[in-house]
Design a protein around this ligand. Structure first.
Ligand code: LMR
Length: 398
């Protein structure tokens, strides 16, 4: 039955982890998959998350099903974290379902779009996260790209982006990264978010916001200012939330998908479709990660501790950006690396030719996906000179 299946090429991001693990070189460096790392290269579970988990384990008396929408307290709290005071104002118009991580949220959104409007097209940024197109497209939905990144200035190609969006037909769906754009690290500024909101509103377009890094760019509020602007102004908004990075809950697959609908009746109908879609794919979401995140958000002491840990992670990533930019500039004073410090989140694109990226992974044992995206959190005081040396050696290779 399966004999004619060909072996597939590795996933562009997850394949990097596998290649890194296979490499026996003791000095190898992993700048691949987007997970936060501390100065020792570990991806710790935040203390507040561990504490919440301990409390849950002590109290839990049953593993009975949670229900199709998942943990309702989690759904409410996580949407409130994203939308702030707006969440209360929009409660009747919002339908939320707990999902299998942020990927599950994106896929849930695509499935619902495909069911409700099979001809709708989702427009994603060029470039975008390597899994966006496979993950969304596999639902049957059509995908197209809008210009987003200007390699020459290493910033948002904003005029081209806005001009492109302004020509989309009414009803088109525009996928936006709320913050910490993956893979470029370049985000829209406040004025740009306002201009995007204007166009979406005027052209009757539908925003689909991917919120995978709340709190990883600047802070929990600033990172969602653009999202909140859209939620306040647009009649319909799709929102995919991940708890992988900010709660350190990667393998627990905690996430949520919400739609802010035009009215309460539509939101109620959407909730039934969310439940049915989940039931048909995996029945019900897993409990553990969402229950932990809910606990952290509900308990004032845990929440305060978590916010402090998150702030420390962000501060470290900003320091690492400055550190690497400085070490590269010291080696190549003729080149500008200040863009590294202006970008946000874990990722930046090195902007090197494919041969240079191949050499970095193969000859230098510094691992990253083929697009040259680096995870800054993989840099440390201990390896920054080694990384800067390697990058410097391959710059200019074609
Ligand atoms: C990444 O972009 O590296 C992360 O979001 C992990 C993944 O699943 O790709």
């Amino acid at each position: 039955m399966f004999g004619n299946l060909e072996t597939l090429a590795p996933d562009p991001i997850l394949g990097v982890t596998a290649a890194f693990r296979r490499d026996p070189d003791p000095t190898k460096v992993d700048l691949g998959v987007g997970v936060y790392r501390d100065e020792y290269g570990n991806t710790p579970v935040p203390a507040a998350v561990r504490e919440a988990e301990r409390a849950l384990l002590a109290e839990q008396r049953t593993k009975v099903y949670v229900g199709p929408a998942g943990n309702l307290e989690f759904n409410e709290r996580i949407v409130a974290l994203a939308l702030g005071p707006l969440a209360g104002q929009l409660r009747e118009r919002t339908a939320t379902i707990q999902t299998v991580g942020g990927c599950g949220a994106l896929r849930m959104g695509a499935e619902l779009l495909h069911a409700a409007a099979p001809d709708s097209v989702v427009h994603v940024s060029d470039p975008t996260w390597a899994n966006h197109e496979p993950l969304l497209g596999n639902s049957g939905i059509a995908l197209e790209r809008y210009p987003y990144y200007e390699p020459a200035t290493r910033s948002v190609a904003f005029d081209r982006m806005l001009g492109h969006i302004d020509r989309l037909p009414a009803g088109a769906v525009v996928l936006l990264h709320a913050c910490c754009h993956n893979p470029t690290g370049v985000d829209l500024g406040p004025e740009q978010w306002r201009a995007v909101a204007d166009v979406l509103e005027r052209r009757n377009l539908v925003p689909f916001v991917d919120l995978a890094y709340q709190g990883f760019g600047d802070d929990l509020e600033a990172d969602v200012a653009g999202l909140r602007l859209l939620a306040a102004r647009l009649p319909t908004l799709l929102l995919a939330i991940s708890c992988s990075k900010n709660f350190g809950l990667y393998r627990e697959r905690a996430g949520a998908f919400a739609i802010v609908a035009e009215n309460a009746a539509t939101a109620r109908a959407i909730a039934t479709h969310q439940a049915r879609t989940g039931r048909r794919m995996y029945s019900m979401p897993p409990d553990h990660g969402a229950a932990i995140a809910a606990r952290v958000l509900v308990d004032p002491a845990l929440r305060q501790a978590w916010e402090a840990e998150l702030a420390a992670m962000v501060a470290r990533m900003k320091q690492l950006r400055t550190l690497l930019a400085g070490r590269l500039a010291a080696r190549r004073p003729d080149l500008d690396f200040s863009w590294l410090t202006r970008q946000r989140g874990m990722f930046s694109l090195l902007g090197l030719a494919p041969a240079a990226i191949t050499a970095l992974c193969g000859e230098e044992h510094v691992y990253m996906p083929p697009d040259g995206r680096i995870n800054l959190a993989g840099v440390s005081d201990a390896n920054v000179d080694r990384v800067a040396d390697s990058i410097t050696r391959v710059i200019g290779r074609r």
